[in-house]
Structure formats: C-alpha cells, structure tokens
Design a protein around this ligand. Structure first.
Ligand code: FEO
Length: 172
C-alpha cells in the first residue's frame, strides 16, 4: 500500500532535518579544524557521515513505499563557537530536538495506523538513545578536563579514534 500523503510529507521534513544535521556537524568539524583540535574535527566529520546515512535510509524508505522525495532549502549552519564545551552542549540540544521530531513521527505513524512506518522508525528511536548518550558522555569528559590543556589533548586524541560505520545498512 502506497504511503499516505501526510506521512510522506512528515518523512520528507525529517529527511530535510537530517540534511541540516549533516550541514551543522560538517560546520562544527570545520570549526575544530580551525582551532587545531583534529580529533574533535574527525569525530564531527564521522557524525556528518552518519547523518548522511540517516537521510539516505529515509530516502530509500519513501521510495520503497511509492512516495515522492521533496527536497527543501537548507538553512546555513552556525560557523563559530566559543570552544569545545559550547559545541558539544549545542550538539546535545540539537540531538534532543531530533529525538523529539522522531517521537512526533512515531506518534503520527500510530495515529495514521501506518504500522510499516511505525516499525521503520524504531531504528531511529534506538539510534537517538545512543546519540544522546554519546554526546552526554563527551560533554561530561570536556567538563572534567576543561582547565587542563593536557587533558583536552588526551580527549582530542581519544575522539580521533571514532570509526564510521554505516549502521543503516546492517540494521533490521
Ligand atoms: Fe540523525 Fe543525529 O540524528
């Protein structure tokens, strides 16, 4: 059964939001490059790559359900922050906003009795739990080392080890 217009539109909005997330994290990566925190720049670059996969999973799903893709204009992302804590705190606020968007989509899928989309969205529900937990952890670590340049150096080194995995291709 082809997807209903209301659900198609809501998923297109989420596709657009994932593009804006991509754009934001790439901008954060560029900011970290500019202040020479290469590990954090790398972490944000991997975050950017993950957001691309979130977008493409929705892209594939809308097509699979016989819907239309409807790209929208993207807002330019912010480009300057006051330091690593500011960046990661804003990342957390951003991800909490995304979680709320996903929850609203789940609510809509339930209301529309679109059980396929409801099922599809469960991957995002779980992903958001992980995303928020990861960022909370980094925020806490930055707070711990904030006044120590050696501590910040070690944390930057740790974040450099993040590996990009396209979890959307292995997920059920
Ligand atoms: Fe696509 Fe960071 O959630």
């Amino acid at each position: 059964m082809a997807i209903k217009k209301i659900m198609e539109q809501a998923l297109n909005n989420q596709l657009n939001a994932e593009s804006e997330s991509e754009y934001l994290y790439l901008s954060m990566s560029a900011y970290f490059e500019s202040i020479n925190l290469k590990g954090m720049a790398h972490w944000m670059y991997v975050q950017f790559q993950e957001e691309q996969t979130h977008k493409m999973k929705i892209f594939r799903y809308i097509n699979e359900r016989g819907g239309f893709i409807n790209f929208k204009s993207l807002n330019a992302p912010k480009a300057q922050w006051s330091g690593p804590l500011n960046v990661f705190e804003e990342t957390l606020v951003h991800e909490m906003k995304v979680t709320e968007m996903i929850n609203n989509l789940v609510e809509l899928a339930m209301k529309e009795k679109d059980f396929a989309t409801y099922q599809f969205l469960q991957w995002y529900v779980n992903e958001q739990v992980e995303e928020e937990a990861n960022v909370v952890n980094i925020v806490e670590n930055i707070k711990r080392v904030q006044n120590s340049s050696e501590g910040l150096y070690m944390l930057d080194k740790e974040l450099a080890s993040r590996v990009f995995i396209d979890a959307t291709m292995t997920a059920v």
